[in-house]
Design a protein around this ligand. Sequence first.
Ligand code: HEC
Length: 299
Amino acid sequence: MKALLPKSIKGKVSLIIGSIAVASGLITGFYTYNEEVKKAKEVSKEKVRLTLAFSKSIRGYVRETLRPKIYELMNEYKCIKEDFILEAQSSSFLTSNIFRSVSREFQGLTLRQVAFKPLNPKNEPTPVEQKIIEYFRKTKAPEYTEIVNINNYRYLVSAFPVKVEASCLMCHGKVENMPKAVKAIYKPKEDPNWKVDEIQGGIFVYEPYEATLLRAQLSGLIKGGTIFFVNILVLGIILWILNRYVFSPINVLKEHADKISKGEIDDRIPVKGEDEIGELAKAFERMRISIKKVMDLLK
Ligand code: HEC
């Protein structure tokens, strides 16, 4: 251990404060990173939960309020030719369109409503979504939240299952029962044939977690780095103070002591300041004068 320590005081001080700088920088960095990740996870989860709650509410509102109201108006005013108005009566269509603009506001926050045998081919579940739907089928879990890796990018995914009700079959059952407007828009080639009470799909919310992690890493790096550089600055200042008030006066004394040891006894030793080193210089000077007196006597 002793062999590892530098010989000079300057070296020892540098080593100790340098180590403190590195250690405190690293500890602060890791601590900040961990805290930020924890915080970011919570925020992401809240965002996702809010999104799911909104999507559920919009779907409920369309089903219970908007759709029946529009049907009522259609029956009342026979002049309306359509038997189904997609923009106002499809809960999926409405929700996905609303959330398209939400995800523009909240970078990358995405909502997907998918199902096996979908009306809109865009709503075909991806392999990851298929697995989660299978999980819902097997476990009957009401919700799923996990960080998943898709194409080397991590997302916080939250989902809930979509269960088929009898009322869904009008549009998701047989093609012959579908409103003309739905047939005209989606041109289904075969019956979706959803079965009542079956878990047919899921509502998925994706929060780009990789970006969140990156922000946490950056924050940890900045905070840890700042602490490190502040410590290095403190080290610099301490070394400067030591150099000015301790090391260089000691060097001057050492040079004079060397001279005295070689018999060069006439140079005055400069005394600067009243501190410990000043006192030492005074004592040296007194010693030089005494030696000089003795040497003069001997001549
Ligand atoms: C009056 C017609 C109608 C009814 C009733 C209906 N839907 Fe849909 N649904 C649609 C349309 C139209 C789409 C396609 C929207 C789009 O383009 O994204 C759709 C899409 C979906 C999707 C996305 C997958 C796909 O098929 O494209 C899910 C999930 C869904 N509906 C669930 C339900 C559930 C659950 C019910 C019953 C509680 C239901 N729907 C009742 C018209 C309907």
